[in-house]
Design a protein around this ligand. Structure first.
Ligand SMILES: *Cc1c(COP(=O)(O)O)cnc(C)c1O
Length: 348
C-alpha cells in the first residue's frame, strides 16, 4: 500500500489570488510551474491555475513547455527560463513556447530562425546565473529592438531577506538596464520580490513557492498533506535497538510503528528530530530513516491509527526543511514518485 500525498488545488489557487492581491491592478501575476509544479504535478496544477485566471506560465526547460502545452491547450502563454537551446526549435514553432533569451548567442540564433515569434529577454542584474549583462545587451541591441520582446526580466538573488542590500542594488540595475529596451512587459519578482513591495512589481510577477504554500510567503495556505500507512506495530523492550546502525535504543517498554516511506521517497535521511502525527499528536521518529521505511515511537498513543502524517498544517514543508537543514523548495521537489497522489479541489 502506497503512502498518500494529498494536494489541495483550491489552496494553490487561493495562494495565487493572495499573491496577486499584493500587487496593483496594472500588474499581472503569472505562475511558475517548473519542475513539475515543484513536484506537485504540472499537468493538474497548471489547468487549475488557468481556470483561476492565470494567463502566463513559466517553466525551466523546453521539454516542460511542450508537456505543459498539452495540458493547458493553446491559449495560455508558456515561457521557458532557459531560453532557446539546441533542439528547442520545435517547442517554439509547434508548441508556442516563448523562450526567455539569456545570451547574445541565443538572441542571434532566435533572430535567425524565429523572427516574428514572441520572445523574452533575461538581464543579469547581479546574480550571475542567467541573463545578459549591459555590454552583452549592447552587442545585440539592434536584434533586440527588431524582436520587440514580449518580456524583459531579471531575477533577485536575496529576495527572501528583505533587508539585504542586493535587493535595492538589483532593482536599480534592472531599472537602468531595462530603461531603453522595448518590451511589452517587465518582470523582476518571484515570491520573495512580491513581498518587497510595489517598486519590485513592474507589470508582471512570477511566483512559484508561494503558490505551493512555502516560505517566504508566511500567509500561504498549506497545500500538501502526506499520510504514511503503518505496516506493523511492535513492542520493544528497554535496551533493544531500532533500525540501521542500532542508532536508537529504547529506555522504556516501547511501541514502535513502522511506516511505508523513506529516503527513496524524499524523506531526507538527514532530517533530525521530526515527528509523524496521529491527528494533532506528534510521535517522534526514532532510529535512522531507511530507503522505504521509517520507525516511529507510538508508545504514548492510546490507539495507533492506520496512517501517520509527515506533512500537514502543523509540520509544513518549511518545518520539515528546517529539521533537515534545507529549504521547503527541496522538500517539495524531492517528494517521490511512489506516493498515491490525490488532488483535492474543484478540478477533481
Ligand atoms: C524559480 C524561479 C521563480 C519562482 O521563484 P519562487 O521563489 O519559487 O517564487 C521565478 N523566476 C525565476 C527566474 C526562477 O528561476
Amino acid at each position: 500500500m502506497q503512502a498518500k500525498l494529498t494536494i489541495n488545488l483550491d489552496a494553490i489557487c487561493d495562494n495565487w489570488r493572495a499573491l496577486d492581491a499584493l500587487s496593483g491592478a496594472n500588474c499581472e501575476t503569472a505562475a511558475v510551474i517548473k519542475a513539475d509544479a515543484y513536484g506537485l504535478g504540472a499537468a493538474t496544477v497548471g489547468p487549475a491555475l488557468a481556470a483561476a485566471g492565470v494567463k502566463r506560465f513559466f517553466v525551466a526547460q523546453a521539454e516542460e513547455a511542450v508537456a505543459l502545452r498539452a495540458a493547458l491547450g493553446p491559449t495560455p502563454e508558456i515561457y521557458n527560463f532557459s531560453g532557446l537551446m539546441a533542439g528547442d526549435d520545435e517547442a517554439v514553432t509547434k508548441h508556442g513556447m516563448i523562450p526567455v533569451l539569456n545570451s547574445a548567442a541565443q538572441v542571434t540564433s532566435f533572430s535567425k530562425v524565429h523572427a516574428g515569434h514572441p520572445c523574452g529577454i533575461q538581464l543579469d542584474t547581479g546574480m550571475n546565473r542567467l541573463g545578459m549583462e549591459a555590454l552583452e545587451v549592447a552587442s545585440v541591441a539592434l536584434d533586440i529592438a527588431a524582436l520587440k520582446p514580449d518580456l524583459i526580466m531579471s531575477h533577485l538573488a536575496c529576495a527572501d531577506e528583505p533587508l539585504h542590500p542586493m535587493n535595492a542594488a538589483q532593482l536599480a540595475a534592472f531599472n537602468a538596464m531595462s530603461f531603453a529596451l522595448p518590451a511589452s512587459r517587465k518582470a523582476l519578482s518571484a515570491t520573495g520580490g512580491i513581498l518587497l513591495g510595489a517598486p519590485y512589481h513592474f507589470n508582471l510577477t512570477r511566483p512559484g513557492i508561494g503558490l505551493y504554500g512555502g516560505m517566504p510567503f508566511k500567509n500561504a495556505r498549506p497545500v500538501v498533506q502526506l499520510d504514511l500507512p503503518v505496516i506493523q506495530v511492535r513492542d520493544v523492550l528497554p535496551g533493544e535497538a531500532v533500525g540501521y546502525g542500532a542508532a536508537w535504543v529504547a529506555t522504556r517498554p516501547s511501541k514502535i510503528a513502522t511506516v511505508s516511506s523513506g529516503y527513496a521517497d524524499g524523506v531526507l535521511r538527514a532530517a533530525n528530530g521530526i515527528s509523524l502525527y496521529a491527528g494533532h499528536t506528534p510521535c517522534p521518529v526514532v532510529g535512522r530513516i531507511s530507503m522505504d521505511l521509517i520507525t516511529v515511537d507510538v508508545t504514548d498513543l492510546k490507539d495507533v491509527p492506520p496512517s501517520l502524517s509527515l506533512l500537514n498544517a502543523t509540520q509544513t514543508v518549511d518545518v520539515l526543511a528546517q529539521k533537515a537543514g534545507t529549504i521547503g523548495y527541496e522538500i517539495l521537489t524531492s517528494l517521490g514518485s511512489r506516493y498515491h497522489r490525490v488532488y483535492k479541489g474543484k478540478n477533481e
